[in-house]
Design a protein around this ligand. Structure first.
Ligand code: ADP
Length: 388
């Protein structure tokens, strides 16, 4: 260490002999560029920054830090080596390099306790009242990293879902062009399968587009009052053919009066179509689907509409329940594929309910069927009228 840097180190070490109350007491007359003035100024500047910021002396001891840094590393203390609060070898190395060479170092590291979080840190050498110091700025990258992971998973899942029917289509086209060229019966059968596969791809693309449309408008709450009763009845009418094919009777119990909610009609049609169609497809062996529309006052005192779709099919094991609304999640993959499912129906339901400030409740037990209940806030002034 040179003489000059040795004395600088001693001067900075002297900063910590002062209590912070003395350090911040800078009078306007005291314009001299002293270490305590410098600390007061840097405290004032970094306290206004949203990201965690830490200033170290060239020995790696903490000179100043803001609230963001204190929240991230509660063990930070002025005068202590930063390595006590941050046990991150990459950060220690970046501080050493910044001290040695100047310039800005960028590193990434992961904190695993109390929860896993990802950080990006910029470490640079600065001069504070003529003394070398190190400035560390941190960015919490956890949510960005999660979004990136979700997007990568989503693209992988969507590609996989599209590739499966596409591979089937290609295979059948080659068979029809080759071995089955002169076999009219086989050709007809294969064309039927190809139509189903093409239909599955179209449905997947429709669901993906619906999801992204709803996501784009997620923050815009619908405000047109719509009556849920005719919407549910319209969906049930539209699914009569499927119900007959599966041998299922659908029973709707609804109030005589309208059940008005602020809503988007098309999205609500899609919501109930998904729930009722699932009941018909997965719960077919129960032979019955019951739909009950009710209104009540929730525990928070707000009036709500409830639409419960109950089937008497095989039910869903408890471990699947929390994940059913994730994109492409299926309790039974083979069954979903056999039913022409995309794995996106309940994700759509959840997004539609979120946009309507509603909630989805799923109750099920193996062997005892499943009940999917959508709850939506009611248009307030209709409650007195409809309950009167
Ligand atoms: P899919 O397009 O596969 O039907 P959904 O998101 O609508 O996708 O449903 C996700 C999964 O939840 C389904 O694959 C199925 O395994 C399960 N599921 C949904 N509804 C029911 C139900 N009424 N009974 C049993 N399982 C169900």
């Amino acid at each position: 260490m040179s003489d000059e840097s040795g004395s600088a180190g001693r001067r900075i070490a002297g900063w910590f002999n002062r209590r912070s109350s003395q350090i911040t007491a800078v009078s306007p007359a005291d314009n001299e560029a002293s270490p305590q003035n410098a600390i007061a100024v840097i405290d004032a500047i970094i306290s206004g920054l949203p990201d965690p910021v830490i200033v170290l002396d060239r020995e790696g001891r903490v000179v100043a830090f803001n609230a963001g840094a204190a929240a991230l590393a509660p063990a930070l203390r002025r005068g202590d080596p930063a390595s006590i609060a941050f046990r991150v070898p990459e950060l220690v190395e970046a501080v050493r390099e910044a001290n040695a060479g100047g310039g800005v170092r960028r590193i990434e590291f992961t904190e695993r306790v109390p929860t896993e979080r990802y950080f990006e840190a910029f470490v640079s050498r600065i001069m504070l009242v003529g003394l070398p110091a190190v400035l560390i700025t941190l960015h919490d990258m956890t949510s960005i990293r999660r979004v990136e992971e979700m997007r990568a998973d989503f693209v992988a899942n969507a590609s996989h879902e599209l590739r499966t029917p596409l591979a089937a289509l290609t295979g059948f086209i080659e068979t029809i062009q080759g071995p089955a060229r002169d076999d009219a019966a086989a050709r007809d059968r294969f064309l039927g399968i190809m139509r189903d596969q093409a239909w599955r791809m179209a449905r997947l693309i429709d669901d993906l587009l619906s999801l992204s449309r709803i996501e784009l408008r997620a923050h815009m709450r619908p405000d047109t009052p719509v009556d849920l009763v005719p919407i549910v009845r319209q969906v049930v009418d539209g699914l009569q053919t499927l119900a007959q094919d599966r041998g299922v009777t659908v029973d709707v119990v609804a109030p005589v009066d309208p059940l008005m909610v602020p809503g988007d009609r098309d999205e609500l049609l899609s919501l109930f179509e998904n729930l009722i169609e699932n009941g018909l497809k997965y719960g077919a062996n129960g032979r019955r689907v019951d739909i009950a529309l009710t209104q009540f006052v929730a525990t928070d005192g707000k009036p709500e509409a409830s639409v419960a779709v109950r089937d008497y099919g095989p039910g869903i094991a408890a471990e699947h329940l929390p994940r059913l609304t994730e994109r492409f999640y299926r309790a039974d993959v083979a069954d979903s594929r056999a039913q022409g499912g995309t794995g996106l129906g309940l994700a759509l339901v959840k997004h539609i309910l979120n946009r309507h400030r509603g909630r989805l409740f799923i109750e099920s037990q193996i062997g005892k069927g499943a009940t999917f209940t959508a709850r939506l806030p009611i248009v307030e002034n209709t409650l007195e009228k409809t309950t009167a």
